[in-house]
Write a protein that binds this ligand. Structure first.
Ligand code: NAP
Length: 460
């Protein structure tokens, strides 16, 4: 066996011939799907010591089966815009793995969505969901629809058109979508309404992220951001440290970013910068969360509006990376591959000591390698941002028992799940000879959970 440097930082004995053959097969069978290749490579990177210890995984083709989605659905979404013109988008649902439970994962509305993005997200989701310890499989979906600049009526008609096809593939025991980029409470409402209309069933458990008045869970809106911060809080606790007095940069200003900022502030940290796809705002005194929520959640405005309306000196910057703002902790919470090797070098030079992924795969392999070499603690998204899907599973639990829990109770459950994921990552990393490596720990712990279930269920 040769030495293998992982894309996510650690130098472990690893990717043996069998794994390399599997990766080559993934490249051959899924041409052009670069994000999917990246996500698969990252997991295979960690699995060298696992296949050495457990030859049965390779013998029963568990990894090869895991890399092939159980089902991939691509469909046409025709709808009529406000001018009366017919628009056509493409819809996707990739039902990746159901060894642990019904497929679970969000829907993304963004013009960049194509099969490779949905497959990368679905693949990640399998291991993330396994890490939560809850009975949920992995899936993901979405559309190349761009909600920016669309009226409320257009968004509603688009959601109805999408659900007119999707409804036949989903169900509380089959596949349970939720939100992601471009899909929040408003969109989940329109999707649920159309599902209910078509099926004539009030099947609350078919979608998560619902409104509190009609089957939603407390803390679901906050869960991914809060969960990421709880995870970092655990990392800091292992060093006998805390958020108190820390400078933090959070990228994005959507669902994950807003509630990460909220929890950081509650824990005594100062968020000095956040962003959207047009630029970032640097606010040295700390982001005014009330104003940010008003601009982003209520008015669906831009981060430049925040800077303009903010009484204090807040600087709006375009054409530069938000990672240039000095910080102790960085939470990339916008989108995939938004933090590259050069950004990592700047963060390291500025003394950043913890990076946790609020978004899915926001750090490029080069960035992750740089963090590993510099001794920066790095928490991968499949562990750090699992709080969203975990709380979705809690929403499913409440729906199944026709119950609804208090905010405090649900938040405590979330915090305890994040602690559990954190500890499992560390224990597994120790067990496989990479102490302190959250990437190795998350990949192996998630993988073995799913792989054991797949072995038990036979060749299916
Ligand atoms: P969201 O509410 O739609 O917000 C996305 C934010 O990212 C927006 O501020 C958006 O700015 C910004 N953004 C998008 N593309 C960008 C780019 N190329 N460069 C810089 N900024 C960009 O989405 P979200 O739910 O917060 O999701 C953010 C990330 O977290 C995604 O990777 C998602 O998969 C992941 N995630 C979400 C959840 C969840 O529960 N929502 C759970 C787990 C993981 P614009 O408004 O300018 O586009």
């Amino acid at each position: 066996m040769r030495r293998w440097r992982t894309t996510r930082g650690a130098d472990v004995p690893g990717l043996d011939e069998k794994l390399e053959t599997i990766y080559d097969e993934v490249l051959r069978r899924n041409p052009g799907e670069t994000e999917f290749h990246q996500a698969v490579h990252e997991v295979l990177d960690s699995l060298g010591p696992v296949v050495a210890k457990h030859p049965e995984y390779a013998d029963r083709a568990v990894i090869r089966r895991l890399c092939e989605p159980e089902r991939q659905i691509i469909f046409r979404i025709p709808w009529v815009d406000d001018r009366g013109a017919v628009q056509i988008n493409r819809g996707f649902r990739v039902e990746f793995n159901s060894a642990l439970g019904p497929y679970k994962g969000g829907l993304r509305f963004h013009p960049s969505v194509y099969l490779g993005i949905v497959k990368f997200l679905g693949f990640e989701q399998i291991f993330k969901n396994a890490l939560t310890g809850l009975p949920i499989g992995g899936g993901k979906g979405g559309s190349d629809f761009d909600p920016k600049g669309r009226s409320d009526g257009e968004v509603m008609r688009f959601c109805q058109a999408l659900m007119t096809e999707l409804y036949r593939h989903i169900g509380e025991y089959t596949d349970v979508p939720a939100g992601d980029i471009g899909v929040g409470g408003r969109e989940i409402g329109y999707l649920f309404g159309q599902y209910k209309r078509i099926t004539n069933r009030y099947e609350s458990g078919v979608l998560t992220g619902k409104g509190l008045a009609w089957g939603g869970s407390q803390v679901r809106t906050e869960a991914t951001g809060y969960g990421t911060v709880f995870f970092v809080d655990e990392i800091l606790r292992t060093r006998r440290d805390s958020f108190d007095g820390k400078r933090v940069v959070v990228s994005g200003s959507g669902n994950v970013a807003l509630y990460a900022i909220e929890k950081i502030q509650q824990l005594g940290g100062t968020v000095v910068a956040c962003s959207d796809s047009s630029g970032y705002v640097h606010h040295e005194k700390g982001i005014d969360l009330g104003l940010l929520k008003e601009v982003k959640e209520i008015r669906r405005g831009r981060i430049s509006d925040y800077a303009q309306e903010c009484g204090d000196p807040a600087r709006y910057v375009t054409g530069e990376s938000v990672w240039g703002v000095p910080c102790d902790i960085a939470l990339p919470s916008a989108t995939q591959n938004e933090l590259n090797g050069a950004d990592a070098a700047v963060l390291i030079a500025n003394g950043c000591s913890v990076v946790a992924e609020g978004a899915n795969m926001p750090c490029t392999p080069e960035a992750v390698r740089a963090f590993g070499e510099a001794g920066v603690t790095f928490a991968p998204g499949k562990a750090a941002n699992a709080g969203g899907v975990a709380t979705s599973a809690l929403e499913m639990q409440q729906n199944a028992s026709r119950d609804s829990w208090s905010f405090e109770h649900t938040e405590q459950r979330l915090a305890s799940i994040m602690r559990g994921i954190h500890d499992r990552c560390l224990t597994t990393a120790d067990e496989y000879g990479s102490p302190g490596n959250y990437v190795t720990g998350a990949n192996i712990a998630g993988f073995t959970q799913v792989a054991d279930a797949m072995l038990a269920l036979g060749i299916i």
